[in-house]
Unconditional design. Structure first.
Length: 165
């Protein structure tokens, strides 16, 4: 089956990822006892809300023909690439997030899962950046990638400090 991504669908996936990330961080915050990790998860949940708003604003600015492919892709390679990235994202659906959360045993597990989420987000957003044909959209997505990279750094540093040696 050929799966055709278009700009509207790309931003819908990005919005869902951010919403699922927010839900994960809020739930992870409830699950951990460490004050540093609680504060980090609370802050990251807030930032995911801001990211979602940015993607919603971008999606709202799309022209009516945004249901058409955004790049010339006669072999449907970009659509297939984006589908693989979206399907592989750790939190592409809220059900995936809930299943992963059920396996968390301690703060280290929560941090490792959050790191996986941020890595998947960065990879997906870099991929959609190439599929967006408007410079403003590319710049905004690039800025969001940098924010996700900062999240990854903060999570990694916190894991390093909290993980038993």
């Amino acid at each position: 089956m050929i799966f055709s991504f278009n700009a509207a669908e790309i931003f819908k996936v990005a919005i869902d990822i951010e919403e699922n990330g927010r839900n994960f961080y809020l739930r992870a915050q409830e699950m951990v006892q460490d004050p540093e990790a609680k504060e980090l998860f609370q802050d990251l949940a807030r930032q995911e809300v801001e990211h979602k708003k940015k993607f919603e604003a971008l999606r709202a600015q799309l022209p009516e023909d945004s249901a058409s492919p955004t790049v010339w892709d006669p072999d449907n390679e970009m659509a297939q690439y984006l589908k693989v990235m979206a399907d592989g994202h750790v939190f592409i659906s809220s059900g995936d997030a809930q299943a992963k959360l059920a396996g968390i045993k301690d703060v280290e597990d929560a941090l490792r899962l959050a790191i996986e989420f941020e890595k998947d987000s960065i990879i997906f957003f870099l991929g959609i950046q190439d599929a967006v044909d408007v410079d403003k959209g590319k710049r905004l997505i690039g800025a969001l990638v940098k924010e996700e990279q900062e999240h990854l750094k903060r999570l990694s540093l916190t894991l390093r400090r909290l993980a038993p040696r």
